[in-house]
Write a protein that binds this ligand. Structure first.
Ligand SMILES: Cc1cc2nc3c(=O)[nH]c(=O)nc-3n(C[C@H](O)[C@H](O)[C@H](O)COP(=O)(O)O)c2cc1C
Length: 108
């Protein structure tokens, strides 16, 4: 499961098991069933509560993946940035057919 974008509200709800809507309930089920859960947490700067919630979900098995743009692929437009972030997130799920994201080739 990918939560994108994952607000700090949703992050906090998942971190505390507050299953008060379909997203947070589904995320809770993914954690308890030990399925992969990716949170594209979107906030900056972060206060200690945000960081603690990220630690809590990571300890429970989730992957916190802030949607930070990569510049090594030299994006030409916003769609390139979004496509790359989406491909990386899908790759992280480890589904068949994944592995679509362009990776850094060591050249700047
Ligand atoms: C213009 C605007 C921008 C916002 N941007 C963010 C953001 O980047 N990250 C975040 O965690 N919350 C942001 N918020 C607050 C969330 O929208 C708010 O916490 C909301 O309850 C989250 O609901 P959700 O978790 O169901 O998406 C923003 C709110 C507004 C009005």
């Amino acid at each position: 499961m990918i939560v994108a974008p994952c607000s700090m509200r949703t992050l906090a709800a998942i971190a505390t098991g507050l299953s008060d809507n379909l997203i947070t309930r589904t995320a809770d089920v993914h954690l308890k069933e030990r399925r992969r859960l990716l949170l594209l947490a979107r906030e900056t700067p972060l206060h200690l509560g945000h960081l603690r919630n990220m630690v809590a979900v990571t300890e429970m098995g989730a992957i916190v993946m802030p949607p930070v743009p990569a510049f090594y692929q030299r994006p030409q437009c916003l769609a390139d940035v979004i496509d790359h972030l989406a491909a990386r997130a899908i790759d992280m799920l480890g589904l068949p057919g994944a592995g679509t994201a362009v990776e850094w080739d060591g050249k700047a």
